[in-house]
Write a protein that binds this ligand. Structure first.
Ligand SMILES: [Mn+2]
Length: 350
């Protein structure tokens, strides 16, 4: 904290107030009032966070952007996450010696926030539209629903990963990036692209990842495989935890689904838990009023195929009509299907 204050003072020419707080000369937004500068008597600190069910990109992007805002724009920022991290993300944070971000506390009306790796209010705190969203950095389709009182900086680019968008926006040479920031960027790209296997991958994502890997002296394939091995250890998750690791709500016709994905190199360990997972799905449908069913996809990273559980009539029907297959058993293998964003959600129909 001391280092940050000194840096802030040097950069902005701000002054230190009577209580030792920094009063920046340039406030980040025109709507920021002096009262809003202080949250629980601490220095003004903008909160940066991604979506619920945080994955490696959502977590890494929050850390990367908070670092960038703090170090390069004199806007002190703190990264947060909206839930428990998956085993891949924990591995990545450990590997690059980065502290796990705290869980996002309840947001106050009017407080400044930055949203990364989503623009979907359904994946954000319920009162998100009462906050002041000063910036969004994302790579998902624009779904609508987020509103702002004043103009906001919004960057959504058709790249495979939010970290790639950030790499471009920062415009800092790979050599000048600290190790942990380069490492988080690389990990986020490898995670979101499944090491360039996913059809969401663009040549630019690949190029940036290769430059980051060489900057870090990492063998890209080996590092990606270690990440995927970490991701594949889901022994710490309960069956209901498993369907929530990476889950997005999605409406198809008049039905609301949870579309859950587990990416793994060892699908047999997940399939061994099939009965328990189906029970967990039934409990989820009973508990969540706005969920009619859960589509649970097990993505085999190395074989580049997905197995989806088709345990009842509705799941059989939607998988049959969406993917043009005859569904005759309680699961269906879909060759070549890796990406929920690009291959699963756009295909879903009843
Ligand atoms: Mn992402």
């Amino acid at each position: 904290m001391k280092r940050l204050r000194l840096k802030l003072k040097n950069k902005t020419g701000g002054t230190v107030g009577p209580a030792g707080f920094i009063y920046p000369l340039q406030l980040p937004t025109s709507s920021t009032t002096l009262a809003a500068l202080f949250v629980s008597n601490i220095v003004y600190m903008i909160k940066v966070f991604g979506h619920i069910s945080p994955d490696t990109d959502a977590t890494a992007s929050a850390i990367i952007w908070a670092w960038y805002l703090s170090e390069h724009t004199a806007t002190p920022a703190t990264p947060y996450v909206l839930g428990e991290l998956n085993s891949e993300t924990n591995f990545v944070l450990n590997h690059f010696a980065v502290a796990t971000p705290e869980l996002l506390p309840e947001l106050q009306a009017g407080e400044d926030v930055v949203v990364v790796d989503t623009n979907n209010p359904q994946e954000l705190p319920a009162n998100i539209n009462e906050t002041n969203i000063v910036e969004i950095v994302d790579h998902h389709k624009l779904v609508g629903g987020l509103t702002t009182e004043v103009p906001s900086t919004i960057t959504i680019r058709p790249l495979a990963c939010t970290a790639t968008v950030m790499f471009d926006k920062m415009n800092i040479a790979v050599e000048a990036l600290p190790d942990h920031i380069a490492g988080l960027m690389l990990s986020a790209i490898l995670s979101d692209t499944l090491a360039f296997r996913s059809p969401t991958t663009t040549p630019h994502d690949k190029d940036v990842a290769e430059r980051l890997a060489s900057r870090l002296g990492l063998n890209l394939t080996e590092f990606a495989n270690t990440m995927f091995a970490a991701k594949s250890d889901v022994s710490m998750f309960t069956d209901s935890g498993l369907i929530m690791i990476d889950s997005k709500k999605f409406a198809v016709g008049d039905k609301n689904f949870r579309v859950s994905v587990v990416e793994t190199t060892t699908p047999e360990t997940i399939l061994a838990r099939e009965a328990g997972i189906v029970e967990a799905i039934k409990n989820c449908v009973a508990e969540e009023n706005d969920v009619d069913d859960v589509l649970f996809f097990i993505v085999d990273i190395f074989k580049e195929e997905a197995t989806v559980l088709t345990y009842n009539d509705l799941t059989k029907q939607i998988i049959a009509s969406s993917f043009g297959v005859k569904v005759e058993s309680d699961k269906e293998v879909l060759p070549g299907i890796l990406s929920r964003k690009k291959q699963i959600l756009p295909a879903l129909k009843l």
